[in-house]
Design a binder for this molecule. Sequence first.
Ligand code: ANZ
Ligand code: ZN
Length: 961
Amino acid sequence: MNREPYNPQKIEEKWRDFWRERGFFKAKIHDTRRKFYYLNMFPYPSGKLHAGHGRNYILGDAIVRFLLMRGWNVLNPMGWDAFGLPAENAAIEQGVHPGDWTWQNIREFKRQFRAWGVEYDWDREIATCEPDYYKWTQWLFLKLYEKGLAYRAKGKVNWCPHCEVVLANEQVIGGRCWRCNSLVEKRELEQWYFRITAYAERLLKDLEKLDWPEHVKKMQENWIGRSEGAEVVFRAETGQEIRVFTTRPDTLWGATFLVLAPEHPLVGELTRPERRAEVKAYQEATDRLTEVERTSTEKEKTGVFLGTYAINPVNGERIPIWIADYVLLGYGTGAIMGVPAHDERDFHFALKHGLPVVPVIAHPAGKAKAYLPAGSFQRELPQALVSAGFSPKEENGGLFLEFSQEETDRVTDILREYLFPHGWASVVGKGWQIVFAKEAINIGSVREEKRALVELQRREPRFTSKRTVAEILWDIPFLRDLLFHAGFGTMVNSGPLTGTPGKEAFSRTVEWLSEKGLGKKTVSYKLRDWLISRQRYWGAPIPMIHCPSCGIVPVPEKDLPVKLPEVKRIGKLGLADIPEFIPTTCPRCGGPARRDTDTMDTFVDSSWYYLRYISPKDDARPFDPELVNRWLPVDLYVGGVEHAILHLLYSRFITKFLHDLGLISFDEPFKRLFTQGMVTYPAYWCPTHHWIPPKEVLEGNRCPKCGAELVVSVVAMSKSKKNVVSPDELIAQYGADTERLYTLFMGPPEKEIEWSEEGVRGCYRFLHRFWNMALSIIARAPAVAEEPDPQKFGPKEWEIWGKLHATIKKVTEEFEGRLALNTAVAAIMELVNAISEYMEDPQADARLLRRALRDTILLLSPFTPFICEELWQRLGEGKAILETPWPSYDPQALEGGEVEIPVQINGKVRARLRVPRSLAKDQKALEELVLQSPVVREKLGEMKVVKVIAVPEKLVSLVAK
Ligand code: ANZ
Ligand code: ZN
């Protein structure tokens, strides 16, 4: 037979505009049928799309096609996160207007979507750089300002010397600029902030309402970083109040020093004149570090003593005041109490700087240890300990003992009895005791620590170089594991609270502190206010005016938008570089005033765009509240996990804010979130010629320019590493359907996957087979319009029938459930193989073949819409696929796959057959299948079957002679 070969390029071009022209993707926004708001995160239009991007858009397109066939009223819009730095940098470098650059890229993206067969409701297209959009971004700013949630403050900001731009904390990754990877510096500037911290508690609590991946929720939770603790007031000897935040108020009696953030406002006043120079140098050094560097656990704990002291309010002890970079100004109160016995950073700080350690929490394991150096004790001691029921060990003349904390006093008494006057012992676990013959000193305060140290130094000259008891004990390896711990345990050395068990330690201490007026319970969040000022051109101008007599005055709503000035050339300082933009008149007094020259962070633009899609052309308001309340929250939001924190947090914040204004009825924007994984591909690095495109690499991984051996790494596809696969080339070679199919088949969509050329070819071959199979079925069963009749099915027919229904069920469930579309594709491929095999039989049921083909085309159509629409037409089905209902499965025909049927011959199980359930339910069919089974025939050998008992779905029993 001379069949027409599969020619994807020809077929695809034919259908490219079909769906759009027929309006299938236009939302019926006023229709009250059950709605589905599907949303892909809108892209930043830069450069070209690569095959990795397909993971997001193709997945979305498949889901939407499925939903349309299922009869949902789907809203599936697309737009452009169009402001931002790359456009501005391109403009500065190439002298083009950032808008032209952006729209050029948008055209390219749209061309690419069309080539992929990825469709949207283009009537709702928005671009954040258009005045009719950013007018409402400015409106949002004014509303936040009205409610006291937008404010201006001086602050140190992150400055990227390469991009010459202020970065939000979140845009600093490991101390480097998130875009260009340069080291970030600090600068002091007046900035606009949004008070997102006012929503910290709700942003945290409402996470539980969301159907989001657990790891994304966890990231948000960590970012918000809620800690319960207490604020305690210390007083400097010079009178100032120093408030500290602690999550461990139960350790207060163990505070042996205070540490302020180097930027803390009290540092100046608390520094003694002779220490000023050193303090200043340290502050400057701190400025150069990022927050991540400052808080890294590996970093050495540097710091400077201010030369002054504070009083610990609970025990009146005099403790030194330090500054150290591990204390951050923006968290808690910017000051901490140092509790070296129970906070690891404080412990290392104390060891390094010779500050005393006072344990105040018994070791939670209940263990205790004692150590006596050689020559400290009388020879009879070990025997005395043994008689008392202990098991001491002697090594090199020293004595080592482990016991439980309750025995501390008893052990101490025995040791004292046998110690020489010049000897000493240490007992640790329930606090620390330094034991001498004449007394045991419990290290329960700084004073006692000093006294014990002096006594030790008097006995051991080598201790004169030691500054603290901790330093001496830390040198004894045997004791180390009990010297430091950060757990909750019974309070010791803690005045009136001594003996409080670990479980109650926190709450009892907090109660006690508030009774005494020394402190109160508080909650701290790691979340900071959102710095939204950018000193750039290509962003939404902040609608504020600075008037010499009225101060800061908002632009009246009726004057929005504050438009970006049209300019030929863009300077590096953004709007501040454009003199014509700045002068204006004050809306309050009419006098001359200046415009604010900051533009907003692009995360502001994207924090509300999902609302604008509902009424994108409304110029009287940002969105239609009635429609928004009907269509939102978004039912399924799909995008990259790189937005797991910021974009999602900001959008949630803005939604809650608009909810509080009474403008919308919901307070979470995205009901369900799905984050697709990255696509990786080998990247090749030449030390001389840098990144080499994989195609140009010579055999043996050599550089095409110099022959050097290249370093290969499999990393996310990106233009900068030159390891992208171009959709244009894929489509020219294999067609868009192959790329789509492979993209959805290559693995679970949420997982990172390496792109494989071989995998692409496999999908191409599959579509060839499918095409050929379809054409021969169409040729064979051209006119049969009737449905197949299960009454007439034999075993083979039952098998196909069962598989068909199982596949419909499987594919439907994946689209509606966890979205493991790769497994849906695998099921369809198996089905196609089964049909092909069945087709070989010249007796095959033509009606069944046609029905199976028909449903398979529908099942495949969300994945490979072009080939399916073409075959659908050839099948003579009249309507378009998107007007046809999704196939349904018959739960009667199949309740999940196959069953195992044991076959007995003369009472013994001789075979087990896997049978489609639909078939196993039918007594006659089951009988027939068993009798024809080659396995059963072989077991029967020469015997003849005289009786058959078939129990549907259970077993078949044969009597044979
Ligand atoms: C004394 C203490 C004793 C602490 C102890 C811990 C253990 P999270 O859980 O992250 O909230 N801290 C407070 N403010 C700080 C700041 N601005 N910069 C750096 N560290 C700060 O941690 C809270 C704990 O981190 C606080 O509790 C404080 O140390 C420290 F056995 O106070 B803690
Ligand atoms: Zn004024």
